[in-house]
Write a protein that binds this ligand. Structure first.
Ligand SMILES: Cc1ncc(COP(=O)(O)O)c(C=O)c1O
Length: 413
């Protein structure tokens, strides 16, 4: 894992705000995942969690599939060296033109989320004189209790309701230019609960059994939307992968023992668990003041740079993330309210945060920022310079910035 010295050197070389992604750490997490789940599951990386092109280039040879949610993500996946056959294309609101382009490209698996989308794909495949492989996304009627973000068990735009899946399977299977070869479920996200995730695998396996029985055809691919969480808060504990695998694998072995599932390729579809803990947002303290008894530190990254860390993405109440003072890692501490540079009171990163004494010029790190960081942030708001991005690999730092939005260009000014 990147050390304090690595991160400080990165900040000194490229300035702040700066996202740093440690590729060796991503590789190590992938190895842990494969060790825990053995050969039972392929691994799909949901590139919405971090679409940085250099990161994708490193990941393309390491994972089995890239999962995309927009045609521009298809283009990123291809540019990163992932073949079209290794791409699954999800998303509840695919534009007709996106569906047409995906079919024309020969995308590996189009994940259809509605009958309208299936009919569109069928029409385009017919016009283009080809066939399109599809997975049908099913939205479960029940969801595990312990999911951070629930996408099932309620009215939802995602996939076909489980209650209607049989009719949908019949309708898709009847379309002449589509090959329905499997099913996709993604029911929730960011769960740190072994029991909740294990329950999800049971729910998904049962739905897949019923879908396959109705279809009367052995599936080629089944995607288990897993939603493995990461410990964002200091009080959170890392997901116990070995305990999860112990609970899940017997059920998966039983599924595989059924003739209909013997040839199915099962896949875990993950974003944040793979890359979240391997990234940091580095930010410099650019202002310090005491206001009515509160010590305030103003840093150069606001919610415009990291919406999630500022509590505005997927959380009801903002809580302090794991934050460190890299420049002064130990010794006497203070309690700080840490804010960003934006002209709004909601630009608050942390309150009552205990840190070793923090002064102007110090570099702080926001941990667990490798997923849903820059990609999920409103960087145009107030036109501050967009953070750079960098990869750390084999001790080498590479500038992986794709956009220098709002970086100053006026010469000699
Ligand atoms: C369909 C689908 N797959 C995968 C993911 C990745 O989720 P996470 O990054 O929490 O693993 C998401 C996240 O919303 C999703 O909607």
């Amino acid at each position: 894992m990147a050390t304090r010295e690595d991160l400080l050197a990165a900040a000194a070389a490229l300035g702040t705000p700066l996202y740093v992604y440690d590729i060796d750490a991503v590789r190590a997490r992938l190895a842990r995942l494969r060790e825990a789940f053995g050969s039972q599951f392929g691994i799909s990386f949901a590139i919405k969690s971090n679409p940085n092109l250099a990161l994708l280039r490193s990941l393309a040879p390491l994972v089995d599939t890239f999962d995309v949610s927009a045609f521009a993500e298809v283009e990123r996946a291809i540019a990163a060296g992932c073949e079209a056959e290794r791409i699954t294309f999800c998303g509840p609101g695919k534009r007709a033109e996106e569906v047409r382009r995906a079919v024309r490209l020969g995308i590996g698996y189009l994940v259809v989320e509605s009958l309208h989308e299936a009919r569109l794909a069928d029409r385009f495949a017919g016009e283009l004189g080809c066939r399109q492989i599809v997975l049908l996304r099913i939205n479960p009627a029940t969801s595990p209790r312990a999911f951070g973000v629930n996408m099932s068990g309620k009215p939802s735009q995602f996939g076909i309701d489980e209650e209607e899946m049989e009719a949908a399977i019949d309708a898709v299977a009847a379309l002449p230019h589509l090959d329905l070869v499997g099913f996709h479920i993604y029911s929730g996200s960011n769960s740190l609960s072994v029991e909740g995730l294990a329950e999800n695998f049971v729910i998904l396996s049962d739905i897949f059994r019923r879908a396959v029985a109705h279809c009367g055809q052995s599936p080629r691919k089944l995607i288990f939307g897993a939603g493995f969480g990461v410990p964002y808060l200091p009080s959170d504990e890392e997901l116990d992968l070995a305990a999860l695998a112990d609970q899940v694998l017997p059920g998966i072995a039983a599924l595989r023992a059924e003739a209909a599932f013997a040839g199915a390729r099962l896949e875990l579809e993950l974003g944040r668990w793979l890359v979240g803990p391997c990234g940091w947002l580095l930010s410099s303290i650019i202002g310090a003041k005491a206001s009515r008894g509160t010590e305030i530190r103003i840093c150069d990254a606001g919610f415009n740079n990291h919406l999630a860390a500022y509590g505005m993405m997927g959380s009801v109440i903002r809580r302090n993330w794991r934050i460190a003072n890299l420049s002064n890692p130990s010794g006497e501490t203070g309690r700080y309210t840490v804010v960003g540079p934006l002209c709004t009171t909601i630009d608050t990163l942390a309150t009552k945060l205990e840190l070793p004494v923090a002064t102007i010029g110090d570099v702080i790190s926001i941990e667990n920022s490798g997923a849903y960081g820059l990609t999920s942030s409103p960087t145009r708001f107030i036109s501050h310079p967009e953070p750079r991005e960098a990869l750390l690999e084999g001790g080498r730092l590479t500038d992986a910035s794709e956009s220098l939005l709002n970086h100053w260009r006026l010469a000699d000014n």
